[in-house]
Design a protein around this ligand. Structure first.
Ligand code: AMP
Ligand code: MG
Length: 420
């Protein structure tokens, strides 16, 4: 009886032939150009990194105004007010939010005031309507009030000449409020990089087509475009490029003008049709590496003109994992972000996680929260062609290079695949 040995039993690559994961990542990060900042409307800047400090000469609040609905008073008039012995004062007018001017408050008089309305001249405090009695003619005040109470002082939020937001900050929704409040409509920020995804392979057809004999649908192109967008980049796709020197060169050439980064998939390893290293080398510079990781060992990095090129293996799981490990940090770096990697959690392995000799094994796992913290379970077959294993994963459990396995019950570090 023939027994099929499961996919994933690698030939052992000697450690000295392998490039450490961090070394390949660092080489990619070092090759990235710094994009020129652009000025965008503040809403379009949401989520982007500021390229310069934002300062303002505005004062917030811009004028003294009421923090409560009530009465604008002269605090000194109420020194004798007691809960059961109120001071009664006449109302001489009303001021609402948006009023350009307010009636003056002379000693012994009060003005009815709404939240946000300018404090009338002469008044120095606001008494909330809830603590008063009587009707609009004569109001009873039952407690004393300190000067400035329930008054929003100009400048208490923001003094003129302050740095509102520092260069390097990622614009948050609350920042949009601050910028709007001081009248800054546009800010200088780091633009999202335009990332051109190139899928290559004679066997590929568009996902919308019916594959012929020997053909498969291009799943990496759409996946990588989605991963680019999820990482904050702007994805473009070349469409499917056949394993042909001229076609590959044409695809690079016609997309160079709008590419801040090329991400290629397929054609990266040692097959007779693996032309990418050659083509990139002919058009610019290229380095191939056997990176100490599984999946995703064969990697390419290079440059065409000023545009960096990252070449990922064609197997969907390898492409997915190597995007996570190399391309996502690169896209975030190009956005000026400092948090390049995903958060990790420590989880208990519910079954043995096999290592890969001399390589870091990224095992696709599902995470569950139990009484003793997180538990990580592999998402079934781990072959590098098994697309369901990435679709159902919450994270990548990391079996280090020097470990044969993580035993069932042992703790393992898991890189999350979702943000927040
Ligand atoms: P390659 O890196 O070109 O040697 O391809 C390795 C494996 O990945 C082969 O089984 C290819 O058919 C598959 N593959 C390559 N590119 C894609 C793609 N864009 N979508 C899905 N599978 C692919
Ligand atoms: Mg191929």
């Amino acid at each position: 009886m023939t027994r099929f040995v499961g996919h994933g039993r690698d030939e052992v690559t000697p450690a000295q032939e392998l490039t450490p994961v961090e070394e390949h990542l660092q080489a990619i990060l070092d090759s990235l150009p710094q994009p020129d900042p652009i000025e965008l409307t503040i809403l379009d800047a949401l989520g982007l990194v500021l390229a310069a400090d934002v300062t303002s000469d505005a004062t917030l609040p811009p004028f003294a105004n009421a923090a409560m609905d009530g009465y604008a008073v002269v605090a000194a008039d109420l020194v004798d007010a007691r809960v059961d012995e109120p001071v009664h004062l006449p109302v001489v007018g009303e001021v609402v939010a948006g009023a350009a001017e307010a009636p003056e408050v002379a000693p012994g008089r009060v003005v009815r005031i709404m939240t946000g309305a300018p404090l009338p001249p002469g008044a120095d405090a606001v008494v909330p309507v809830e603590t008063t009695s009587g009707d609009d003619g004569q109001i009873g005040f039952h407690r004393t009030v300190a000067p400035g109470e329930h008054v929003r002082r100009p400048g208490e939020d923001l003094e003129p000449g302050q740095v509102l937001l520092k260069s390097g900050r990622r614009v948050q929704p609350a920042d949009i409020a601050l910028l709007s409040a001081v009248g800054i409509p546009r800010v200088l920020c780091v633009p999202p990089p335009r990332v051109v995804v190139l899928s290559s392979g004679d066997e590929l057809v568009q996902a919308t087509r019916e594959p012929g004999p020997g053909q498969i649908r291009d799943s990496n192109g759409p996946m990588l475009a989605a991963m680019v967008r999820a990482a904050g980049g702007i994805p473009f796709t070349t469409g499917i490029v056949p394993d042909d020197r001229k076609a590959l060169m044409y695809a690079f050439d016609t997309n160079l003008g709008h590419a801040d980064l090329f991400v290629c998939t397929g054609g990266a390893s040692a097959g007779t049709r693996d032309l990418l290293p050659d083509v990139i080398g002919a058009m610019g510079e290229v380095r191939t590496a056997k990176v100490a990781m599984k999946p995703g060992m064969p990697q390419i990095r290079g440059r065409i003109g000023q545009t960096p090129v990252i070449g990922l293996p064609g197997n969907p799981v390898s492409a997915f994992v190597s995007f996570e490990v190399f391309v996502r940090p690169a896209i975030r770096r190009m956005q000026g972000r400092r948090d390049l990697t995903r958060p990790t959690v420590t989880a208990r392995a519910t079954e043995e996680l096999r290592g890969a000799p001399n390589k870091r094994h990224f095992v696709r796992v599902r995470l569950a929260r139990g009484a003793e913290g997180w538990a990580a379970t592999p998402t079934g077959a781990q072959g590098s062609h098994v697309i369901t294993s990435i679709s159902s994963a919450d994270g990548l459990a990391v079996v280090p290079e020097d470990r044969d396995a993580i035993a069932a019950g042992e703790q393992v570090r898991v890189q999350l695949l979702v943000d927040g």
